[in-house]
Design a protein around this ligand. Structure first.
Ligand SMILES: *[C@@H]1O[C@H](CO)[C@@H](O)[C@H](O)[C@H]1NC(C)=O
Ligand SMILES: *[C@@H]1O[C@H](CO)[C@@H](O)[C@H](O)[C@H]1NC(C)=O
Ligand SMILES: *[C@@H]1O[C@H](CO)[C@@H](O)[C@H](O)[C@H]1NC(C)=O
Length: 529
């Protein structure tokens, strides 16, 4: 047979046809694909289309598209005809596109639409007549000022509603009453001065934020039936009282940056599951009923007007922040039962008295902030678990052995801006794990005792900052941790005074004078600068 590689009489024809057919198919697939992906868009096999910087709604989007994302575009008006050709749409995201209005009923016919996001546009209203299939609706960063009674009607599957950073002035609970599946609602960053109506009947709501509005109060029963609510964020409002009737289910309540003056037992009583209570930056002068918060792990009270530590703090607490208050005295009973406490912030108060052993029973405390107070010495009997102790900006003059002798875990010690002149090298054996020591802003008297401390610090690998000498006059401005002058002065001193020095001296005398140099080089090994 005269067959070449490809062609063999009749079969040759078939082979040619096959090649042609495959080419035809490939070409068609390719051109067909190109036709359904519009310019400036990306289309992928999961029927997702992403468009960027388009001047209008692209016309050629495949009707089978399930997810459509458009951003940084110019689409002033969204019309029914823009999406009516896309009946399979499940997710529609149009953001940062200057959209001002949405034609009535635009989304109504999209029977599979689950996610609708229109954030960062210029909408003045919630789009009218949304499909009942919606599960997620995000309208943040628009210009919506009024929520209409009917806006969310029929959205029984909606789980997430985000209308943050709009211009909403008021909210009536009935506006949201259809949203029986809603789990997450954020109305943060609006201009709401009031909310009205009966209880919010969002029986599945877990997370609610009305942060950064102008709310002054809530109706008596507003929160009472939110039986699933876990997180409530009311930071940055004008509340003078804790909202009444908070649900028992709450895990986290944050009311920072309001105008609360007192916290009463009746506000707290039912919150037995609360783990986190954040009330920083209010005007709180007293807190009652903390003992009811039997699950509390974190208590934030910074920036208030407390003169004493709140009484009866629950034993479950792990972190307490009472910084920036007016506390003068820390007493033995203040932290008596807090055996889980790890972080305690008492900085920026006016503490001048810290009773001995006031933290003794906090047997896992690792972080204690006492900077910017009026302490004249380091508190006694601090827990041996401390890893970090900040005493910056107090009036400490002297550091005594009994204050440090327990702190074998201490890694960071901040003594900046006190009145310390000396630090005995013998103290350092009590701080074997010290890694950072801050010494700036103290009037160090740079005697050769400090030089011994320098050697001990270098030997245990502590990183030291600061240590400028105020005295004696000839060392003024030098830093005792690094000064070569002090090194020279004190080596001579130690050679002629310490046991070690005497040994070197004997050796030197016995042998050759130049052996002194060798020993000086050893000292240089401890240099840290
Ligand atoms: C809601 O606002 C519209 C304007 O968008 C207004 O005409 C109407 O009376 C209000 N109520 C309903 C149900 O739309
Ligand atoms: C409190 O927490 C417990 C344990 O997580 C939970 O079983 C209980 O339902 C919660 N109580 C309320 C009122 O949500
Ligand atoms: C510094 O210490 C030396 C030696 O202990 C002492 O004689 C001197 O008075 C101290 N100077 C100051 C300013 O405290």
């Amino acid at each position: 047979m005269d067959c070449n590689f490809w062609c063999c009489s009749g079969r040759c024809y078939l082979g040619k046809m096959l090649v042609f057919y495959i080419l035809f198919l490939l070409f068609h697939l390719h051109s067909g694909f190109a036709a359904i992906c519009p310019r400036k868009c990306n289309c992928d096999l999961s029927r997702r289309v992403q468009c960027y910087r388009v001047g209008q709604m692209p016309k050629e989007i495949a009707s089978t598209t399930k997810r459509l994302y458009i951003s940084h575009s110019k689409i002033k008006q969204l019309q029914i005809s823009d999406v009516s050709r896309l009946p399979a749409l499940e997710e529609f995201v149009l953001t940062c596109s200057g959209t001002e209005s949405v034609e009535r009923n635009t989304f109504k016919a999209l029977d599979d639409l689950r996610i609708l996001e229109l954030w960062k546009n210029k909408l003045r209203h919630v789009p009218v007549l949304l499909p009942a299939t919606l599960e997620v609706l995000k309208l943040g960063d628009n210009l919506i000022s009024v929520l209409n009674e009917s806006d969310f009607e029929g959205l029984k599957k909606l789980r997430v509603l985000d209308i943050q950073n709009n211009l909403i002035l008021a909210l009536s609970s009935s506006t949201l009453s259809s949203l029986c599946s809603l789990q997450r609602l954020t109305l943060a960053g609006n201009n709401m001065e009031s909310v009205s109506g009966g209880p919010l009947t969002l029986l599945n709501l877990k997370y609610l934020s009305m942060e950064n509005n102008k709310l002054q109060s809530f109706p008596e029963s507003f929160f009472t039936v939110l039986h699933m609510l876990l997180f409530l964020n009311l930071n940055g409002n004008l509340l003078t009282k804790t909202p009444p009737g908070l649900p028992k289910s709450l895990l986290s309540l944050t009311l920072e940056r309001n105008q609360l003056k007192i916290l009463r037992s009746e506000d707290m009583k039912q919150l037995t599951n609360l783990s986190e209570l954040c009330m920083s930056e209010n005007q709180l002068s007293s807190i009652d009923g903390a003992q009811f918060l039997s699950s509390l792990t974190r208590l934030e009270l910074a920036g208030n007007k407390l003169r004493t530590i709140p009484v009866n703090l629950p034993a479950t607490l792990q972190k307490i922040d009472c910084s920036n208050n007016l506390i003068e005295k820390i007493e033995t009973q203040d932290f008596h039962d807090l055996q889980d406490l790890k972080h305690l912030f008492l900085d920026n108060n006016v503490v001048n008295t810290f009773e001995d052993g006031a933290l003794q029973r906090c047997t896992v405390l690792s972080n204690l902030a006492l900077e910017q107070n009026l302490l004249r010495s380091i508190p006694l009997s601090l827990p041996h678990t401390l890893a970090r102790l900040d005493l910056k900006g107090n009036s400490i003059q002297k550091i005594q052995e009994q204050e440090l002798k327990n702190l074998r875990q201490l890694q960071v010690l901040n003594l900046r801006n006190n009145k310390i002149t000396a630090l005995d090298h013998g103290l350092l054996k009590h701080l074997p794990r010290l890694r950072y020591l801050y010494l700036e802003g103290n009037p160090w008297n740079c005697t050769c005792d400090l030089f011994r401390t320098r050697r001990a610090l270098a030997a245990q690998g502590t990183e030291v900052q600061g240590g400028q000498c105020s005295a004696p006059a000839e060392s003024k401005g030098e830093t005792w941790m690094s000064s070569k002058r002090i090194l020279r002065l004190c080596i001579r001193d130690s050679l002629y005074s310490s046991e070690e020095g005497k040994a070197i001296q004997r050796k030197t005398n016995a042998n050759h004078p130049s052996s002194l140099r060798v020993d000086m080089d050893d000292y240089y090994d401890y240099e840290t600068d």
